[in-house]
Design a binder for this molecule. Structure first.
Ligand SMILES: Cc1cc2nc3c(=O)[nH]c(=O)nc-3n(C[C@H](O)[C@H](O)[C@H](O)COP(=O)(O)OP(=O)(O)OC[C@H]3O[C@@H](n4cnc5c(N)ncnc54)[C@H](O)[C@@H]3O)c2cc1C
Length: 494
């Protein structure tokens, strides 16, 4: 049902805010004069509410990275999909930028928009339907919420990110990688269908079989062509338990050899790995693997560990419920929140390293890496098989096996100089990896020029540009990604 007070609330909000009251179409600039209010009078009737209060705007001008701050002029809490359509159509008329925001767990301002409108997707959080092979959900649903619901029917999505309080729309926009990716691909590879509101304000359904170009432009498309409002997600049968193995190595080559072995024979359901600090300084390697099972059908440890060359006697083996395993970061996050470091800046780096150079590249990085470089944040290193990845806009090196290498840095102490140093290091490592044929995973804090983006998306850059022109011709959506700057877009569209 439509909320009759929302339009008034909007106008009150805008009137109360002396920051920006309108957009001067003739001069293409934001204005604060009362004369511009009339332009906002044409706002459509909304089911939800458009907020302009300082607290809401300040929250939308930050994200988990806490590095970039861009202040919007309003935050829409949509009461319906129609609200998203209406606000985009309105934004088109006045050339106002729009950014969808899921959980805001980006690290570089990706869900932010300077002087535009942020659409808070968290309010679109209904799970509409669950059946044996699929769940139909609104894009603001978080993965933990979906898992709890599907487990009631003994079902699960095949792939989870390490942290499951991320929105479904947010991870489908970037890719969504995790320990099951070596078997099932990314989260974007496990989608039956999407509903998307394009930058033209049109609601479209897309899938492999219908509007495939939109489907492929939106999944891992960094929000450039549309806002995902609903997703139909593949489900598989869930196990009830997970047997978790932590295996330690002193030697990088032995570690990666074992990782390659276990992803190639798929003996585990989940495979990741970390570079962890040793008690007496330096680093060692930890293979993290899990075998899922149901009730008393417990896995055979000897079979699972056969042929692996971890340091004998250091292995840790533990049984958990499936849910607790998938939700394993929850406790750590609670702890980090309690000590305050969760809100420190997070200049994260995420790279895809070609398997052919992983030992030399990582070996060199680790030889100089210190805990001051990571700020006690985890360092991930794990392999995936590229033949499991289907979506063209998710860029990885052209090799059969590539490794995700992530330095999930916390700026400690949370000072500008530390952030600056970490960002510079991100760029340095990115360039080294790029020159080896590597890519970045676009969730990190890395300065990227339009030229970098073209190179990143090559050879599908033209495909992205043409989808952008078709579905977001006014270049309104997700400017925080910094892919299509307005100047560049004008040049390209000319
Ligand atoms: C603690 C932590 C652990 C993580 N672990 C992993 C991991 O294991 N694997 C992995 O792949 N990633 C991981 N990530 C990264 C995460 O997947 C991305 O940052 C993801 O985009 C965050 O989702 P979000 O809901 O917070 O999105 P936001 O940060 O809100 O948005 C991200 C981008 O998507 C856009 N967007 C958001 N919702 C929509 C929508 N409905 N339609 C269109 N565009 C939209 C935004 O405009 C923005 O450009 C992790 C992040 C954190 C903080």
């Amino acid at each position: 049902m439509r909320n009759p007070t929302s339009r008034r609330t909007v106008l009150q909000g805008i009137l109360a805010s002396t920051l920006v009251t309108g957009f001067d179409v003739a001069n293409s600039s934001w204005v604060t004069s009362a004369s511009a209010i009339s332009r906002f009078e044409s706002l459509p009737r909304l089911d939800g509410v458009l907020y302009t209060d300082d607290k809401g705007l300040a929250a939308a001008a930050n994200d988990f990275g806490n590095i970039v701050h861009r202040k919007p002029i309003a935050v829409l809490k949509p009461g319906s999909i129609q609200d998203i359509i209406s606000i985009i159509q309105f934004a088109r008329t006045y050339n106002i930028n729009i950014a969808a925001r899921g959980q805001g767990h980006s690290t570089d301002g990706q869900p932010q928009v300077d002087a535009g409108v942020v659409i808070d997707m968290t309010v679109l959080n209904k799970i509409h339907y669950v059946s044996a092979d699929r769940a139909i959900v609104e894009a603001g649903v978080v993965w933990s919420q979906l898992l709890q619901k599907t487990l009631e029917q003994g079902l699960t999505p095949p792939v989870f990110t390490d942290y499951i309080e991320l929105s479904i729309g947010g991870t489908l926009t970037v890719g969504g990688i995790g320990g099951a990716t070596h078997r099932y691909g990314l989260q974007v590879d496990n989608i039956w269908e999407l509903q998307v509101v394009t930058g033209e304000g049109e609601l479209e359904t897309c899938s492999q079989f219908q509007n495939r170009d939109l489907f492929e432009a939106v999944l891992a498309g960094l929000g450039q062509c549309g806002i995902i409002v609903q997703a139909t997600i593949k489900l598989i049968k869930a196990a009830t338990n997970a047997r978790v193995f932590l295996l330690f190595y002193d030697d990088l080559a032995t570690f990666t050899r074992d990782q390659r072995l276990v992803i190639s024979d798929e003996r585990f359901n989940f495979v990741e790995g970390q570079i962890v600090p040793k008690d007496n300084g330096g680093w060692r390697y930890m293979l993290e693997a899990a075998s899922f099972y149901t009730d008393t059908a417990t896995p055979n440890n000897d079979t699972l560990l056969a042929g692996l060359n971890y340091i004998r006697g250091t292995e840790q083996i533990q049984d958990k419920t499936y849910f607790d395993f998938i939700n394993r970061l929850a406790q750590i996050v609670t702890f980090l929140k309690s000590i305050g470091t969760w809100s420190y800046p997070h200049p994260w780096l995420n790279l895809f390293v070609p398997g052919s150079v992983v030992e030399s590249f990582i070996g060199e990085v680790v030889s100089t890496l210190t805990q001051a470089d990571t700020g006690q944040g985890p360092v991930l290193l794990y392999p995936i098989k590229t033949n499991r990845l289907q979506l063209p806009l998710f860029r990885v090196p052209r090799e059969e096996i590539v490794f995700l290498f992530s330095i999930l840095r916390t700026a400690t102490p949370p000072e500008d100089a530390v952030v600056k140093r970490m960002l510079a290091d991100n760029r340095r490592l990115f360039e080294q990896n790029r020159d080896n044929g590597g890519y970045k995973y676009s969730v990190d804090a890395l300065s990227f020029s339009p030229k970098d983006w073209q190179q990143h998306f090559h050879p599908v850059w033209r495909k992205l540009v043409s989808a952008k022109r078709r579905y977001d011709p006014n270049n309104l959506l997700a400017p925080g990604q910094g892919i299509f700057t307005s100047i560049m877009y004008q040049e390209k569209s000319a």
